[in-house]
Write a protein that binds this ligand. Structure first.
Ligand code: SF4
Length: 642
């Protein structure tokens, strides 16, 4: 019996949280229990038949327990500890970046509505998530057409001297410059929130009453405006599918499982209408469904996420009362968690399950298709090993300056962004992409030798020259298990008699072969190689642009007399970007320690001369960052391989 198991009887028989640690003292699992002693006894005796637990057991070297006053405290503490330690064997919901939410800055004196992918605790109200920006755009378009709230960012709002186009087209009351009745603005905000909550019928009723009143009082223009607003709202209402007739806010959870693979679907019903959904894929899970679902609910509803009145779930949970209590406290309103047995609610849970199953099948199909692509690539290029892990390298620089290298990694045909790396070229100071490629590869494979993570195949953006550089680096480091190919872009074929320009095929260079291989134009193998190469190209250019922008910011500020490195850093720390410094008022600039009025005026004059005035707000409600003007003749692209 391991040492920790011998002391299990001394653990209090109380609710709390336990931390399982490995031999290195690393927390590998955090769990909660109503009775810590009996839960850990189960572990110690090996009573727990779950594979996951059996798998965990040999790894446990020590156990730490924390007693809590009740189950709810245990739940909150467990959540916090999972966030803190990120244990290897706990489920962690990765919030997929593809989900967007709508943020209403209710804490602002003049709130605005915008789309965001980040939920932060800043006093704003969040709605969603929505599965795509397109699905949220329709709601926001309606709001912007019928409710005149500001759309500009704070920096623009603070510094406008006159209203922008939004005011001219009657989509904003222009609180930036004009005296606007705050109560009226708040009334509009409440209307917008009703729409975001899916309570459009309630809003239509309110507006209809206002319209009738306006007509009775012979204010026909107002009545016509209200009629148009009602029609616009009704048009979007027609497109929303009614799923439940009780009309509340409900999240419906569905699960589909095949062994250790689990697909989870959450349907969001707002006022009985299906407004959006979210899907999670989890692998290598052998905990029972109820344990997984309980962990998922805890993680899903923590933070600033909207909590509905009712949560429908597919399995009974031991701790559903504790979860209800926790959620009700956070929402400050009663929240119920319910596993329906019959009727409409059961059908909703089944619908969520069907969607999860569908998602699982799609994922399996996509994964099988990616495997086919990898297999075809291996066949076409006569690779010795199956290309499970492919890494692709690219270089980007501007006349040898600010040179960067990129490494993207595809695992089984799918990008793995956690494995992307970027390199600032340190040793090459002239435009020599062979030498730059050599530096990047040397750094990558020197690390690979230490960490033992070696790709099956590397793809070099370039022709024979670049490929030879790669082979030389691998040889010099004594790595012979990695295969390498070069993918050279198509070339314009010069035929003086041809009317149109013709492009040659893309060419794949293989070690030891004089002539390149030409893969069929629409083959899976070529598609995969191009996708990987384009991703490396995009990643390199993005980094290169970032460095250039940073450099340009530095030189713009450094050229202003009185702004040295310290003040420059302070300015950037306070405002975040040159765009925002440009928008800052003199008073705001004066708040920065060390900035005098003379310097503030110089900063404002220099930046306003160098950077054009922002454009009117975009449809998404944000002003896009103006690209800083590049030096004449500047070219921001990677050096082509051939
Ligand atoms: S959107 Fe335009 S008019 Fe409205 S507050 Fe902003 S700058 Fe002023």
């Amino acid at each position: 019996m391991p040492a920790w198991a011998e002391k299990v009887d001394t653990i209090p028989a109380q609710p709390g949280v336990y931390l399982l640690k490995d031999a290195g003292g690393k927390v590998i699992y955090v769990g909660k229990a109503r009775n810590l002693r009996s839960r850990l006894r189960q572990y110690a005796r090996g009573d727990d038949e779950r594979c996951q637990v059996r798998f965990l057991l040999p790894k446990i070297a020590s156990v730490e327990t924390l007693v809590t006053a009740n189950d709810k405290e245990a739940l909150i503490l467990e959540n916090n500890l999972i966030k803190q330690y990120k244990p290897r064997y706990n489920i962690r919901l990765k919030d997929d970046k593809s989900y967007v939410s709508v943020k209403v800055t209710v804490q602002d004196p003049w709130p605005r509505i915008l789309v965001t992918r980040r939920i932060v605790k800043d006093g704003s109200r969040y709605f969603g998530p929505y599965d795509s920006a397109a699905s949220v755009r329709e709601t926001l378009d309606t709001i912007r057409k019928v409710i005149p709230l500001r759309t500009c960012p704070d920096a623009v709002f603070r510094n406008r001297a006159r209203p922008c186009l939004e005011y001219q087209i009657k989509r904003c009351l222009a609180p930036c410059c004009l005296p606007v009745d705050r109560e009226l603005y708040q009334q509009y905000l409440r209307e917008a929130i009703l729409l975001l909550e899916g309570k459009s019928q309630q809003l239509v009723r309110q507006l209809t009453q206002q319209m009738e009143r306006a007509a009775e009082e012979l204010r026909f223009e107002d009545a016509a405006r209200l009629r148009d607003r009602i029609r616009a709202i009704e048009r979007t209402q027609e497109r929303q599918q009614v799923m439940a007739h009780h009309g509340g806010d409900t999240d419906v959870w569905g699960m589909y499982r095949e062994g250790g693979f689990l697909e989870v679907e959450v349907l969001f019903l707002r006022q009985g209408k299906l407004t959006s959904h979210q899907r999670y894929s989890l692998t290598d899970l052998e905990f029972p469904d109820e344990e997984i679902l309980s962990m998922l609910l805890q993680q899903f509803y923590q933070g600033e996420r909207f909590i509905p009145d009712e949560i429908l779930i597919p399995v009974e949970l031991d701790d559903s009362r504790t979860l209800e209590e926790w959620l009700s406290e956070r929402k400050q309103q009663r929240v119920t968690i319910h596993r329906p047995q019959r009727g409409d609610k059961l059908r909703l849970v089944e619908l969520a399950r069907e969607n999860a199953a569908q998602g699982f099948r799609q994922r399996q199909d996509a994964s099988a298709q990616r495997q086919r692509m990898c297999a075809e690539l291996a066949r076409s290029l006569h690779l010795k090993r199956f290309p499970h892990r492919i890494e692709c390298f690219d270089i980007s620089n501007f006349q040898g300056r600010m040179a960067v290298g990129s490494q993207v990694t595809f695992i089984d045909g799918e990008p793995d962004k956690n494995e992307y790396r970027r390199y600032r070229i340190k040793t090459v100071h002239q435009s020599d992409d062979f030498a730059m490629m050599a530096e990047v590869l040397e750094r990558r494979f020197a690390r690979a030798k230490e960490e033992g993570v070696i790709p099956d195949l590397i793809v070099i953006d370039g022709g024979k020259g670049q490929l030879n550089v790669a082979l030389e680096v691998l040889r010099s480091l004594g790595i012979d298990s990695v295969e390498a190919v070069g993918l050279a872009k198509d070339r314009v074929e010069r035929n003086p008699h041809a009317v149109d320009l013709r492009h040659s095929e893309e060419r794949v260079f293989l070690p030891g072969r004089k002539n390149p291989v030409i893969l069929r134009r629409h083959s899976n193998a070529l598609f995969l190689l191009q996708r990987i190469r384009d991703e490396a190209h995009r990643f390199a250019i993005t980094y290169h642009r970032k460095l250039r922008t940073r450099e340009r910011i530095r030189s713009l500020l450094d050229a202003i007399p009185g702004v040295g490195p310290v003040r420059r850093r302070r300015l950037l720390r306070q405002f975040g970007s040159v765009r925002r410094i440009r928008e800052a008022s003199i008073d705001e600039l004066l708040e920065i320690p060390g900035i005098t009025r003379v310097v503030a005026e110089r900063i404002q004059a220099a930046l306003r001369a160098a950077i054009p005035e922002p454009r009117p707000p975009s449809a998404e409600g944000t002003v896009p960052e103006e690209p800083l003007t590049a030096p004449t003749g500047a070219k921001t692209s990677s050096l082509e391989g051939d």
